[in-house]
Design a protein around this ligand. Structure first.
Ligand code: HEC
Length: 230
């Protein structure tokens, strides 16, 4: 049977239409996003990441952090992300322009890490700063349960090396106690990958004001504390 030209045209139109809607339109909308420059304040956002943080981003992907942690903050009407202290505002496409691949994540087995490096955010349940220093991150990676009771995050102790103390103790040696403590005369130090990973975590701060954020119809709601879902 010879297919009718109308059928062929219909099939072609269906593919052409989806290609247009799923490829051309998004490319037009977000394909060429540029950093936002605020000349008055003298700021550029997002900034090109440092080489160390960029390496850390690769370590993050290589080690499956992305399977348990998201990096996307939803609007107040779409979830309690802002109320949980995961960000001051929702995230936008512009927040990710220097990332490829983007670590949006799959499921939230652990907390969202979009702003784990931000110094301003507080954890609403404890009132403690969400920002952690490098020593906290090292110990948490080495053995999450030594800092967070019953944590379900797997230990990443292979990121660390045990070595004999020769002369002075290393500056970034972990202060471990109990069963984690190394034998006397030895110390546990972060590997180059651990240092890069922690530099990356500390660089995660997507709270900068954006024009997109101000233009969003929900911006007023999102930016006001009353808007936050309790
Ligand atoms: C099997 C799931 C799982 C994987 C894989 C995982 N995590 Fe976690 N992570 C968790 C859970 C659950 C928590 C919450 C409990 C805690 O703080 O230990 C957490 C907490 C954290 C926190 C503290 C967040 C906060 O708000 O206090 C950081 C930072 C973190 N993870 C980083 C990482 C990094 C980096 C990796 C990859 C090397 C990783 N996680 C891999 C489950 C996971």
């Amino acid at each position: 049977m010879k297919p009718s030209p109308a059928l062929l045209a219909g099939i072609f139109a269906a593919f052409a239409f989806s290609w247009f809607g799923l490829t051309v339109v998004p490319q037009e909308q977000i394909g060429n996003l540029q950093p936002e420059v605020d000349e008055e304040a003298g700021t550029v956002y997002p900034m090109v990441p440092s080489g160390l943080a960029e390496r850390g981003r690769q370590v993050y992907h290589e080690n499956g952090c992305v399977y348990c942690h998201t990096q996307v903050v939803r609007e107040v009407n779409a979830g309690a992300d802002i109320a949980r202290g995961w960000g001051k505002r929702r995230t936008f496409a512009k927040d990710y322009i220097y990332e490829n691949p983007i670590a949006i994540g799959y499921v939230r087995f652990g907390p969202d890490l979009s702003n784990i490096g931000s110094e301003e955010l507080l954890d609403p349940s404890t009132g403690a700063a969400r920002h952690k220093d490098a020593a906290w991150h090292y110990q948490h990676l080495f053995n999450p349960r030594s800092l967070v009771k019953n944590s379900l995050m797997p230990p990443y102790s292979f990121f660390f090396n045990v070595r004999k103390i020769s002369g002075q103790r290393s500056e970034d040696a972990l202060a471990l106690s109990g069963t984690d403590a190394p034998a006397p005369g030895y110390e546990v130090v972060p590997s180059a990958d651990a240092k890069a990973l922690v530099a990356y975590l500390q660089s995660l701060d997507r709270g900068q004001d954006l024009k997109d954020a101000k233009a969003s119809p929900l911006a007023k709601l999102v930016n006001s504390p009353e808007g936050a879902v309790k």
